[in-house]
Design a protein around this ligand. Structure first.
Ligand SMILES: [Zn+2]
Length: 189
């Protein structure tokens, strides 16, 4: 599945969309950090993975979505990939690859204009934002302090693909305020 949507907005009378992107008027900047507190965060988050509430409804995505996230992460290496996921009922069905305007191996930023365009395309499909993903080319799949600080969408699942080991590893989280907690996920066919 390719994330790019062939729908040309200018050809359609777009329905109004919930103005989530108002939260994104400023560039969304995510920066990884190597400062000492990161290690504590990694340990806390890793412990949280084991404590994930298995009774919680897991975040779900199709196999095609999973494959596309991994493909995007590998193709953008050594830089970080980033993108948005849309769907219904908390289930991701469409991947929207986004440009990492920083083109950096340790950080990413999304262009607010591109975000706005993608939200319109999601609405046209009858979908809404259900997840945000980015890659960590060399770091574990754990949110950095900056990831947590700059996450503006607490209702969305926060996915991180780590390419630090031969097999890509996916971490899934909810970020609410200053806290990230592990969130169960499943891949459906
Ligand atoms: Zn990150």
């Amino acid at each position: 599945m390719h994330c790019t949507n062939s729908v040309n907005n200018t050809q359609f009378n777009l329905p109004s969309v919930e103005c989530r992107h108002r939260l994104c008027q400023n560039p969304v900047r995510f920066t990884e950090s190597n400062r000492p507190s990161r290690l504590e965060r990694v340990e806390d988050a890793a412990a949280g993975v084991g404590r994930a509430n298995l009774l919680e409804t897991p975040f779900s995505m199709t196999r095609a979505v999973w494959d596309e996230i991994i493909r995007d992460s590998l193709e953008k290496r050594p830089n970080e990939a980033c993108g948005l996921l849309s769907g219904r009922n908390g289930s991701a069905q469409t991947v929207w690859r986004m440009e990492n305007t920083l083109k950096s191996p340790i950080a990413f930023a999304m262009d607010p204009k591109q975000i706005q365009q993608v939200f319109h395309k999601m609405a046209f499909r009858g979908e809404h934002l259900v997840g945000i993903y980015h890659s960590h080319p060399t770091a574990p799949p754990i949110p950095s302090p900056e990831d947590i600080a700059y996450c503006h969408y607490p209702e969305a699942a926060y996915l991180i693909v780590s390419l630090a080991s031969p097999q890509p590893v996916l971490g899934c989280f909810r970020i609410e305020g200053a806290f990230a907690r592990a969130y169960p996920y499943k891949v459906c066919n």
